[in-house]
Design a protein around this ligand. Structure first.
Ligand SMILES: [Zn+2]
Ligand SMILES: [Zn+2]
Length: 373
């Protein structure tokens, strides 16, 4: 099916200013918003279309691309992750907050979204894990199946607003829309409420959910479980559950993007002479060759031993920083050996043994020479 033109969808000219586009969007989105058209798939599709057009045309870069190439501009790779996934709740924050205000809530409304904070170990975050969680939530009442009315009875259409939920009041020249005072905006009246949920259609419960955390998540990632939030009022759709990931600090590894960092101490004899050490990776120990004359702080990169991000891409690396450790608790014999070593540094070859000290001292000398000039 060929896609309709974004300008036509919003009913604006190709020269329309952003303000005009926003206005058109508000008007159309109010009309087709799923909260106003519960269960109407056609309205929902229309709403998605409107939202997509709005998102493209209010982004200067995307609009320019669209003007030049049409829909082809966004066909590769799903359009840069924006227009595709229609998340209805997010727009209320910006454009809609002011329009719907409190009145939106008074309709038989979609259940609230819930957030669950989940702490994971680094290993769990890297490999993925399935966790059982218990969450307190509102669920559809099993006696009235969400209608709020006692079984065998049903909710009656409100006689005041005839089911619209809103009434028009005249104030001088103005006609003002207000929530219906009889049904408080719900459009229905329950004469004989369900005894279990007292007409709300929902009851408090805690439920256990099995949550599959994909491999490669990191702190700040959110996993959306559609429809696992609170049940809606009187049969309206349920909200979503967002699992917010927090990765605990690991005793050895630190993650930065897809790379892992760790510090490995080596003694200074090994640093000078070279050798082999064992370093930890998330998949077990591996051997690392330390070349002779390794300085403290040197980073060794082990390709592919890092993390593969949940968002795809290539696997990161493990970066091991070797730290030369000063020996402690030396016995007399060891101290004697070190003194002999130190004396040998003082000889004519001393500069050669410590290239960094030499260049540092040269730098210091030049610094003071320049000062006294
Ligand atoms: Zn009930
Ligand atoms: Zn009413």
């Amino acid at each position: 099916m060929a896609k309709a033109d974004y300008y036509e969808i919003l009913g604006v000219s190709r020269e329309a200013e952003e303000r005009e586009i926003k206005k058109a969007y508000k008007r159309l989105a109010m009309k087709f918003h799923p909260d106003r058209n519960p269960g109407n798939a056609e309205a929902e599709a229309k709403f998605k279309e409107i939202k997509e057009a709005y998102e493209i045309l209010t982004d200067a870069q995307k609009r320019a691309a669209y003007d030049q190439y049409g829909h082809a501009a966004f066909e590769q790779g799903g359009g840069g992750g924006g227009a595709g996934g229609a998340d209805f709740s997010d727009i209320f924050g910006d454009v809609f907050g002011d329009i719907f205000g409190g009145s939106r809530r008074q309709r038989a409304s979609r259940g609230s979204d819930l957030r669950y904070n989940m702490e994971l170990s680094l290993e769990e975050a890297v490999r993925g894990v399935t966790r059982e969680i218990r969450i307190p939530t509102l669920e559809e009442c099993d006696i009235c199946h969400g209608s709020g009315a006692r079984p065998g009875t049903s909710a009656a259409t409100c006689p005041t607003c005839h089911g619209a939920g809103q009434v028009q009041m005249r104030q001088g020249f103005f006609a003002v829309q207000q929530a219906c005072p009889t049904c408080h905006g719900k459009g229905k009246i329950i004469k004989d409420p369900c005894t279990k949920c007292h007409g709300h259609g929902r009851v408090e419960k805690s439920k256990t959910l099995s949550v599959k955390i994909p491999a490669g998540v990191d702190t700040g990632d959110r996993i959306r479980l559609a429809g696992e939030g609170e049940a809606g009022e009187q049969g309206a759709s349920a909200g979503d559950l967002y699992v917010q990931v927090q990765v605990r600090k690991h005793p050895i590894f630190e993650r930065e993007e897809n790379n892992l960092y760790c510090e490995v101490p080596i003694n200074f004899a090994m640093a000078a002479l070279g050798g082999e050490i064992e370093v930890p990776t998330l998949d077990g120990r591996v051997k690392l060759k330390v070349p002779a004359e390794t300085q403290t702080g040197k980073l060794f990169r082990m390709r592919g031993k890092g993390v593969k991000s949940v968002r795809g891409g290539s696997q990161g690396d493990l970066l091991c920083r070797v730290v030369v450790e000063t020996p402690v608790k030396l016995n007399e014999k060891q101290k004697q050996l070190l003194r002999e070593l130190e004396e040998s540094f003082g000889g004519p070859s001393g500069d050669q043994n410590s290239p960094r000290s030499k260049s540092f001292l040269d730098g210091v000398k030049k610094f003071f020479d320049d000062l006294t000039r």
